[in-house]
Design a binder for this molecule. Structure first.
Ligand SMILES: [Zn+2]
Length: 424
């Protein structure tokens, strides 16, 4: 059913040969879905949307289904739906797909189109809590498509699929994949079928389960474009550099001092983090890295007001206390904060000067993410498992794997950006 990156060319050849001995034709058009994702940059609310990749007009509107797998299914002459054509949409939702049917040309009502909720090159898929992939049928509710035409192209024009939650999650994952993640050589080679699971009971927002190649999304979490990108950032950098994972509760420094931003913290040591609180440095870097990727999914490197916000399920609007403009936000200098790590990484990527110092460095996402992926496989200083003891049985340095280790492992000098962002 899945056409992998490697088998794509082979499959097209097979279909083409089939066409010589059966009725066949093309279907062309464009597919859209209704986007209700939050976290768009809204200039009318006073936000600086220079170089924004997800501007307000992209949400609460029909948007292209991007780089998705599309199947033509027929039930002609038999009653059972079978797939008789495979293809893909491009980044603008446009597609042209060859169908081929040995039993003759299906008439109106005898064929349909299925949107497989899976990236065309197998990087991610949207599934339910049991791991079953979401697929959507067009048309639905008894509506029919016009008859196919042997040897002809049927142009359906712009058509709409109706899935809301799964469709929005697909689009959020595409944004994280397309803008930052795919530029990493290591992520591109090693990320396969990452699962975005919705709805998962007991999850607030979303959380990455990287060793299982999965993101669990709570019932209400499907709207948050930033959070899905953040969790995919955790997952993708893990795939690029598999290492021993931390248990939860490793955030607060010292333990017991962290606020609980969602008001729902039950563990006294703190199960969560904020942008400005003191964290163990390994955790602060990991969260800063994930948020760096999330912002990279929403702003290009020339952004003068790249923003994130902590209340990820709500909209990210000016004036809310958790809003962060990564470029101009000021805080008491704190190398233990997630914000310092985030600003450090963003300054290695963007081409905007910070107030007070010159920052001419603008490295690619490939360089930034692959740097993390290439940490040496050791528990010593600068190693991928530095927080762990040499036998990988207990944490002996929760401040290991921090910003200075990123400087050590980087192939280009990023020490100025670290120094000017409070030495995370
Ligand atoms: Zn995180």
């Amino acid at each position: 059913m899945y056409i992998s990156r490697l088998l794509l060319v082979f499959a097209i050849v097979v279909l083409y040969n089939r066409a010589a001995e059966a009725d066949s034709g093309y279907i062309t058009g464009k597919f859209t879905f209704w986007n209700e994702s939050v976290n768009a940059c809204d200039a009318s609310a006073g936000m600086d949307c220079t170089d924004a990749l997800f501007p307000a007009g992209s949400t609460n509107s029909y948007q292209p289904i991007k780089e998705a797998t599309i199947q033509i299914q027929v039930r002609y002459p038999g009653p059972t739906w079978v797939t008789r054509g495979n293809g893909y949409t491009d980044a603008n939702g446009n597609y042209t797909i060859l169908w081929s049917e040995g039993g003759g040309t299906p008439g109106s009502g005898s064929w349909r189109i299925r949107w497989v909720h899976e990236h065309r090159d197998d990087f991610f898929r949207v599934v339910d809590s049991a791991g079953n992939r979401y697929d959507s049928i067009h048309p639905h509710s008894g509506a029919t498509l016009p008859a196919l035409q042997n040897g002809q192209t049927v142009d359906l024009g712009t058509r709409t699929f109706t899935p809301l939650q799964s469709g929005n999650i697909y689009d959020q994952a595409w944004r994280a994949w397309n803008f930052p993640l795919k530029h990493s050589t290591l992520v591109y080679a090693n990320l396969w079928f990452a699962e975005l699971a919705w709805p998962v009971a007991g999850v607030g927002g979303a959380e990455a389960d990287s060793p299982n190649n999965r993101i669990n999304i709570g019932t209400d979490g499907w709207r948050s474009s930033l959070q899905q990108a953040h969790e995919l950032g955790h997952l993708a950098t893990f795939v690029a550099n598999p290492r021993k994972q931390f248990a939860m509760y490793n955030y607060c420094h010292p333990p017991g001092t962290c606020p609980c931003p969602d008001g729902g913290c039950s563990d006294p040591s703190g199960v969560s983090w904020t942008f400005t609180s003191n964290e163990h440095r390994a955790s602060a870097f990991e969260e800063g890295l994930a948020e760096f990727i999330a912002i990279g999914a929403h702003y290009w490197f020339g952004a003068t007001g790249p923003r994130t916000c902590f209340s990820n399920i709500g909209s990210c609007v000016a004036g809310t206390t958790d809003l962060r403009n990564v470029e101009v936000y000021s805080e008491t200098c704190n190398g233990r904060s997630v914000l310092s790590n985030l600003r450090f990484l963003w300054d290695t990527y963007d081409n905007i000067d910070d107030a007070g110092w010159s920052d001419t460095l603008s490295r690619s996402f490939a360089g930034a993410i692959d740097t993390v992926g290439n940490y040496p496989n050791t528990t010593t200083d600068g190693g991928e498992d530095e927080p762990w003891d040499p036998t990988l049985t207990f944490i002996d340095d929760e401040d290991g794997r921090r910003g200075s280790d990123y400087v050590t492992n980087s192939t280009i000098s990023v020490s100025t950006q670290r120094t000017n962002n409070c030495n995370p």
